[in-house]
Design a protein. Structure first.
Length: 136
């Protein structure tokens, strides 16, 4: 049975690192055909993992047991997030500190308190099936 984990919207980000399935890394789905992202067990609570979605860098977030996926592109100036970008309860851009809500991608302002009214992250719809997480 498929369970919808998240509703998507895309705003892109681009990651240069495509990972192959090793250790804790997420499988590179290669795009449309193999839409498998990772086993849920490979993405522990409160972690971010990178993967490729239709040729674009993307991230999968497990925040408090809730999964969400986004194109890996900050809506400020396009920097990419990494596996260290989950800071406290936010996804935080490593370049200038824009922060986003992990479960929705909503822009929450910059870490220094500024708010530039940025768009949220572009979301990728995902589903959970038999312990696997799949992009739609
Ligand atoms: S590029 Fe992300 S905060 Fe500037």
């Amino acid at each position: 049975m498929l369970a919808t984990l998240a509703i998507v919207s895309l705003t892109g980000c681009i990651g240069s690192n495509q990972q192959t399935p090793t250790g804790n890394a997420i499988a590179d789905t290669g795009g449309v055909d193999g839409n498998f992202i990772a086993k849920a067990s490979q993405v522990p609570e409160n972690t971010i993992r990178e993967f490729t979605y239709k040729g674009e860098p993307a991230i999968l977030v497990n925040f408090g047991g809730e999964y969400a996926a986004y194109l890996n592109k900050c809506t400020h100036q396009g920097a990419q997030f990494n596996e260290s970008s989950l800071v406290n309860d936010r996804i935080q851009c490593p370049r200038h500190g824009a922060t986003f809500k992990p479960t929705t991608g909503e822009y929450l302002g910059h870490a220094n308190g500024n708010n530039f009214g940025l768009k949220g992250l572009s979301r990728i719809n995902i589903t959970l099936d038999n312990g696997g997480i799949y992009a739609e």
